[in-house]
Design a protein around this ligand. Structure first.
Ligand code: SDX
Length: 438
């Protein structure tokens, strides 16, 4: 067991990298080494010292920050939240406990967890004035558009979500977002199916309460299935954070302008929406359903992917180049849930056949393409009864604690506004031409 002295902290390293430039300039740049021996050349002085900038359009080689929250080793398929392996958290923890861990950095004591759960319960309702805001959306409005809009709309009724005057305001602001995002999602769903919104039940756990708001009806008996509640909790734990992914980087970027917490996570919802990111879970189930309904063979589908007619959605990852540990857990969770609920879903078999075909095909192996978090998650959501167009909303509910944790970390780091540079490739200077002469 390494003792405290064995743990390197980034600032203790004094390595340097030397940069030689075409015009003869040379610059020694400090190297930052993380606690897991990740190394970064710190280019903070590059432009002021040499006039050069770096160029890395999709940031595949660029670290945006130092963070204590989540560690990923993409080659070894390691994912840890505040040092705890995802496999242990998925098996032993609850979403509320993981949210606390991500935000405050330690597993809560019994009392701390009770206090946090109480804070979530006390803030699960929406202001009644917001009920009218839902009326402004068409029943077919996209749930991600509604979620992003209603997060900001909710903040209008809670100035503390907008004008955080210091760290004392943060816990209640965090609790409001984590708790209300459920209620917003469920109210939006009820509106879309023409049913009355169901108020949260303070006697229920985080996940059971969400299922209650989604599926109970007035004067009808509804008890959330324990297996569905457990599967939902595990789904949310597995989606809770993932270091500097597109949506979390968006939240940190927006927060760097000192925009409030709600505005920052609402921007994160929009970034997550894209099919290359959180929108992939919807695309996967649509892909599996298409294969099932057309009767197309998995082999034929894989051939179409190899001809670049379409992507194999739910496959590939910028960081994981071996396997996504979340996909392994979700594949087993999907099979267990279907078994416990007595549901058969041919699409799980199709997914497994696709994975098997891809993992033995050089097209995918040579590109290090493996199932990611979105490949099996839709099977679980479908079995729970979540409509497909809400799959990415479920991802957002899970990711909310991660977004909040990163926003808070950046807030405490009190860094400068994020403002990347560019290399200009447009027209050089030219004179205005009056329209009569064009
Ligand atoms: C998430 O960053 C995170 O951590 C995200 C996330 C999180 O928790 O926040 O993990 C959640 O967003 C998971 C990813 C969900 N997206 C999908 O499943 C969409 C399908 N996947 C791809 O679009 C892609 O793999 C990405 C977007 C996930 C990663 O894109 P990269 O890193 O930019 O990789 P790339 O597009 O440059 O691909 C490299 C090669 C290319 O082949 P060549 O042109 O070099 O021959 O692999 C091919 C790509 O064409 N490729 C695929 C493919 N993904 C990559 N080919 C077929 N099907 C795919 N899914």
């Amino acid at each position: 067991m390494a003792d405290a002295t064995d743990v390197k902290s980034p600032e203790t390293e004094t390595r340097t990298a030397n940069l030689s430039l075409p015009d003869g300039q040379s610059l020694d740049l400090p190297v930052t080494v993380g606690v897991e021996n990740e190394c970064a050349v710190n280019v903070g002085a590059l432009r002021s010292e040499t006039g050069y900038i770096t160029l890395d359009p999709s940031y595949g080689n660029t670290g945006s920050c130092q963070s204590d929250i989540t560690f990923i080793d993409g080659e070894k398929g390691i994912l840890r939240y505040r040092g705890y392996p995802i496999e242990q958290l998925a098996q032993k923890s609850s979403f509320t406990e993981v949210a606390y861990l991500l935000i405050w950095g330690e597993l809560p004591t019994k009392q701390q967890l009770e206090n946090f759960s109480m804070l979530l319960t006390e803030n699960e309702m929406l202001h009644e004035g917001l009920r009218n805001a839902f009326e402004g959306f068409p029943p077919y409005g996209h749930p991600m558009a509604i979620l992003s809009a209603m997060i900001n709309a909710s903040a209008c009724y809670h100035p503390d979500l907008m004008e955080m005057s210091g760290e004392d305001d943060f816990p209640i602001a965090a609790a409001k977002l984590i708790s209300k995002v459920r209620t917003i999602a469920a109210f939006s769903y009820k509106k879309s199916i023409g049913q009355p919104a169901r108020y949260p039940n303070p006697a229920l756990s985080y996940c059971a309460n969400f299922l209650h708001m989604m599926f109970s009806i007035p004067y009808g008996r509804y008890e959330p299935e324990p297996e569905a509640t457990k599967a939902l909790s595990q789904f949310l734990i597995l989606h809770a954070d993932h270091e500097q992914n597109c949506s979390t980087s968006t939240v940190r970027m927006v927060g760097s302008s000192q925009a409030n917490l709600s505005a920052s996570v609402a921007a994160g919802v929009c970034a997550l929406w894209g099919p290359l990111h959180g929108g992939a879970n919807m695309a996967v189930i649509e892909m599996l359903t298409r294969i099932q309904e057309t009767g197309m063979s998995v082999k034929d589908y894989v051939e179409k992917v190899k001809k670049r007619e379409m992507k194999l959605m739910g496959f590939g990852h910028r960081v994981y180049k071996n396997f996504d540990p979340r996909a392994k857990i979700l594949q087993k969770a999907a099979a267990d849930l279907l078994d416990k609920l007595g549901i058969t879903d041919r699409r799980l078999e199709i997914a497994r056949e696709l994975e098997e075909a891809a993992l033995t095909d050089d097209y995918f192996v040579s590109r290090k393409l493996y199932p990611n978090v979105d490949f099996y998650s839709g099977i679980i959501l479908n079995a729970i009864g979540i409509p497909t167009n809400m799959f990415t909303v479920m991802f957002a509910i899970g990711r909310m604690p991660g977004w909040i944790a990163h926003w808070y970390e950046a807030y405490k780091q009190a860094g400068r506004i994020c403002r990347p540079r560019q290399i200009y490739t447009g027209p050089t200077e030219r004179q205005y031409v009056p329209i009569a002469e064009r």
